[in-house]
Design a protein around this ligand. Structure first.
Ligand SMILES: NC(=O)c1ccc[n+]([C@@H]2O[C@H](COP(=O)([O-])OP(=O)(O)OC[C@H]3O[C@@H](n4cnc5c(N)ncnc54)[C@H](O)[C@@H]3O)[C@@H](O)[C@H]2O)c1
Length: 346
């Protein structure tokens, strides 16, 4: 098969490319990535060197680049996106271009070229926020969309377009909404790698507000194995809600990391909250697990241990990115060009 992944130099994309190269040794693999601040060609350098990956630098919102890259593809995974909520609050415009126009361009190319299967990767953030108090409630199949920040709204628009392309044109497209990922190759602007970088430098870890915001965490390789299962057993037009049912507050996640580094609670620094910060996301993943015959392999503690090990062994990958994290949040090497008021979070 010829498999195209958009956004392959990003966090999940790079993990998916490694997963695919390992699990599908005879497939031809191509990625289309613009290499924004979030894209790192070094994450897939080993695959390129081994002749396992063709890297195309281009914009998913550019019809010509997309059609040229997709020609002859049997399967497309669409991951390219602007993905950081805080950046969407500072400047929503690239989120609209990449996440909405980009997804439209991908769907349109898939339709014109008659691509046998396209999968659109989305997030649980499109469903809005759950109350902290009612732990029984979770996002499930049929939960209405209620995005509450520009990132989530742009992803919601993309999801609607994908369903419309299935309904209107019969495009063989599947969708997935996944919880918060963590693991290798995640930019240190996000909560877990930021906390690791801070602790590694002997500094304090910034935590938003009261730290009680809850997310449903999944180790990135488990997300990749779910995407693989969708490509095999997913039904066109279906949406799969993916999660590991590992709900933890930000504070609980940070405390688990403090234990890994042998640090005390003194290493936590509470900082002013993100505007409109969603309180809780939680996913009912049972139906997708059953439909796909898939289950996550690691719980949060095991996944965090593996992640800390990876970041300790790959300082050369993340240390050069620290300058992109604003000085108020990063481990002390931020550039003066850091974004005003930017924050780091899950
Ligand atoms: N990270 C999570 O926890 C999470 C959870 C659920 C869903 N998702 C979704 O998974 C996908 C991947 O997320 P991620 O965390 O790997 O993101 P990321 O920000 O780490 O990577 C995004 C990649 O897309 C590329 N890109 C950005 N704009 C582009 C454009 N216009 N054209 C081509 N490439 C472009 C970037 O260069 C980068 O390589 C996104 O669609 C995101 O919404 C992420």
């Amino acid at each position: 098969m010829r498999v195209v992944v958009t956004g392959g130099a990003g966090f999940i994309g790079a993990n998916l490319l490694h997963h695919w190269a390992r699990e599908h040794p005879s497939d031809e693999i191509v990625t289309l990535d613009l290499l924004t601040y979030a894209g790192h060609r070094s994450s897939v350098h080993d695959l390129e060197e081994a002749g396992r990956l063709t890297f195309v630098q281009g914009n998913v919102a550019d019809r010509e680049s997309v059609e040229r890259t997709f020609r002859g593809a049997d399967l497309v995974f669409h991951l390219a996106a602007e993905s950081h909520v805080d950046r969407s609050i500072d400047d929503p415009s690239p989120f609209l271009t990449t996440n909405v126009v980009g997804t439209f361009t991908v769907l349109e190319a898939a339709r014109r070229l008659d691509i046998p299967r396209t999968h659109v990767v989305s997030t649980d953030e499109v469903f809005g926020s759950l109350p902290l108090e009612d732990r029984g409630r979770r996002f499930g199949p049929g939960t209405p969309y209620a995005p509450r920040n520009p990132y989530a709204a742009s992803k919601a628009a993309a999801d609607h377009l994908a369903r419309a392309y299935h309904n209107t044109y019969g495009l063989a497209v599947t969708l997935s909404n996944c919880g918060n990922n963590y693991g290798p190759f995640q930019h240190p602007e996000k909560l877990i790698p930021l906390a690791i970088a801070r602790l590694d430098a002997g500094k304090k870890v910034p935590v938003y507000g009261d730290g009680k915001n809850v997310r449903d965490w999944i180790y990135v390789e488990d997300h990749c194995s779910a995407l693989d299962a969708i490509s095999k057993r997913g039904r066109p037009g279906e949406t799969y809600l993916l999660g590991a049912e590992e709900e933890r507050s930000n504070l609980e996640v940070v405390r688990a990391l403090l234990r890994e580094f042998g640090r005390s609670e003194d290493a936590i620094e509470f900082v002013p909250d993100r505007p409109g910060h969603d309180r809780r996301y939680a996913i009912e993943a049972g139906p997708a697990r059953e439909a796909l015959g898939w289950r996550p392999s690691l719980n949060l503690e095991e996944g965090l241990r593996a992640t800390v090990r990876w970041y300790r062994e790959h300082r050369d990958w993340w240390e050069p990115l620290i300058h992109q994290v604003p000085s108020s949040r990063g481990p002390g090497t931020a550039s003066s060009g850091a974004r005003k008021g930017a924050r780091s979070s899950a």
